[in-house]
Design a protein around this ligand. Structure first.
Ligand code: FAD
Length: 514
């Protein structure tokens, strides 16, 4: 791998191809984390971040629906290197976005981002030991080509240009408005209106109490219930520890406390589902009005943590249900009508506004096409190594967080691993590395052991995981600290080679071209 000498602030030009050591794609939580770690752990390496949108923050900039907030705590959703400096554990979207922007600016990561560059294709050449990455400028449609020694996809997991809406019959008849939360109109006024929110996930559970503050009435319409558990919006321990310890230490204590609680809840749910169901039931009985039909509306058909839990900060959804501005209906949609929705039971829900909180369309690696030595990479036939590399794909990593804990916990481990790998290659003179499965006893299993609709719909587009370490995903931060952060880079599975990679263009050459 070449030493970083390229002026990355420069724009690529059509008459020459710019090279960077590490090319990061995406400027959300993962891409910002990647920038931080590359700067601190690989200071000699050049890097750039290509971002399709005109803004930093990914998910936290895109979603603007009322009440948007994290549903995992900020001490684990925040970066380990930048303390979340507040007692508020469940934060609103704007505060998270501000935190991300400030982090990027504090470390100069924002200077490395090239906005409006959508990566469409990356082609690996083993002769040159480098990727050629093709992006399109979203403003001009112009094609931009860069080369890199290592490609790090921090592109999230879903499509930005479309949300998922099932094919509901009769939508064209409906006289009111239909909105998907992914595309919330800034000026939408729903004061006094009758709103139906279709969905039973975290987005619906967030929207309903928030919209109820202004709307005439909000109905949460779900086909089947999800597990909903109240959690404190403010972390009581964080308040105490933050007063006793220096900020970084306090942050680390609260972070680990929350890691262990999340892990404990997940394990308990898998081992003693009846016990966890009973605890959730008790909380619901305490919070919901007497006589509320919990069995119909809040008793899921699956076990806790077969799908992601919906955490309800301070039980605000249940408070809203206790008032008279929110109702919950569990039924199936037969058709949209002029006035609203007719249900299978024959009941009609009248509405002025229908919000389809029906999910995301999963999309791995930002929809980009990967080609290795002329062969297209078929994700479903590849296997993930340590949760972040793909079998047979050289000098490549992707960031994919946890499904049962904060995304950032895993994303950050992956960023650290990429840096370790890049440094290892540099110190050993390697120019390429790729994971190769030579163990015939490793069998393929689905990428996630998890059943929400958006994963099930897309399972056939995802890579597989294997039955054994290092191909197995554990969804367990403590195990991953050992596997990803601490275990030796050379493990017999990752194959290294020292080829004839051309050196990076000297700084003056690229600067002159810019
Ligand atoms: C509404 C909502 C709430 C959530 N709440 C939580 C939560 O509370 N806790 C939690 O842990 N997780 C949550 N998640 C998951 C969430 O996505 C992660 O927390 C985290 O934001 C993912 O960060 P990321 O940087 O990996 O991906 P993203 O935030 O998706 O960012 C990816 C970036 O890559 C860019 N990109 C994609 N493709 C390309 C391409 N081809 N070329 C160039 N750029 C590209 C995108 O424009 C985007 O800026 C939530 C998700 C949603 C949708």
């Amino acid at each position: 791998m070449s030493t970083g000498t390229v002026d990355l602030a420069s724009e690529s030009t059509s008459d020459r191809v710019e090279h960077v050591d590490v090319l990061v794609v995406g400027a959300g939580i993962s891409g910002i984390g990647a920038g931080y770690h590359l700067q601190h752990e690989c200071p000699g390496k050049s890097y750039a971040i290509l971002e399709a949108r005109e803004a930093i923050g990914g998910t936290w900039d895109l979603f603007r629906y009322p009440g948007i907030r994290s549903d995992s705590d900020m001490y684990t959703l925040g970066f380990p290197f930048r303390p979340w400096d507040s007692d508020t554990s469940i934060a609103d979207g704007q505060s998270i976005l501000t935190y991300l922007r400030e982090t990027a600016s504090a470390y100069g990561i924002d200077q490395k981002i090239r906005f409006g560059h959508r990566v469409a294709r990356a082609t690996w050449s083993s002769e040159e030991d480098r990727w050629t990455v093709e992006a399109t400028r979203t403003d001009t449609g112009q094609s931009v080509v860069l080369t890199c020694s290592f490609l790090f996809m921090c592109t999230g997991y879903y499509r930005y240009d479309q949300g998922f809406t099932p094919n509901f019959p009769g939508t064209e008849r409906f006289q009111g408005r239909i909105i998907h939360p992914q595309f919330w109109p800034e000026d939408l006024d729903y004061a006094g209106q009758r709103v139906v929110v279709i969905g039973s996930g975290a987005t619906a559970a967030t929207l309903v109490p928030s919209m109820a503050e202004k709307a005439g009435h909000v109905t949460m319409l779900q086909r089947s219930p999800s597990y909903m558990l109240s959690i404190p919006g403010q972390d009581p321990l964080a308040g105490i520890v933050r007063r006793l310890l220096p900020i970084r230490r306090a942050y680390s204590v609260v972070r680990w406390k929350n890691v262990l609680i999340q892990l404990g809840l997940f394990k308990l749910s898998r081992r003693r589902p009846k016990l966890v169901k009973g605890l959730i039931r008790k909380d619901l009985e305490r919070r919901l009005p007497a006589g509320f039909d919990i069995d119909t509306h809040f008793k899921p058909r699956y076990n806790p943590w077969d799908q992601r839990f919906c955490f309800i900060p301070d039980g605000d959804l249940f408070d809203a249900i206790r008032g008279d501005s929110v109702s919950v209906v569990t039924d199936e949609i037969e058709t949209f009508t002029e006035k609203g929705i007719r249900l299978r039971s024959g009941r009609e829900l009248e509405a002025d506004l229908i919000v389809t909180a029906t999910g995301l369309i999963l999309q791995p690696i930002g929809g980009a096409e990967l080609v290795v030595d002329g062969q297209p990479v078929e994700l479903p036939t590849s296997m993930v190594y340590k949760g972040c590399m793909l079998s047979g794909v050289p000098n490549f990593a992707l960031s994919f967080g946890y499904t049962n804990a904060s995304w950032t916990l895993k994303a950050d481990l992956i960023c650290q691993y990429v840096c370790r790998l890049v440094n290892h290659m540099e110190s050993h003179g390697y120019t390429s590395c790729r994971p190769v499965n030579r163990d015939p006893t490793v069998t393929e299993t689905p990428f996630v052991d998890f059943t929400p609709g958006y994963f099930l719909r897309a399972m056939n587009q995802l890579p597989k995981q294997g039955s054994k370490i290092p191909w197995r995903l554990h969804q367990n931060y403590v195990r991953d600290v050992r596997l990803i952060k601490r275990s030796p880079v050379e493990d017999g599975v990752l194959q290294f080679s020292a080829g004839q990679a051309p050196a990076a263009a000297p700084r003056t050459q690229v600067a002159a071209a810019a």
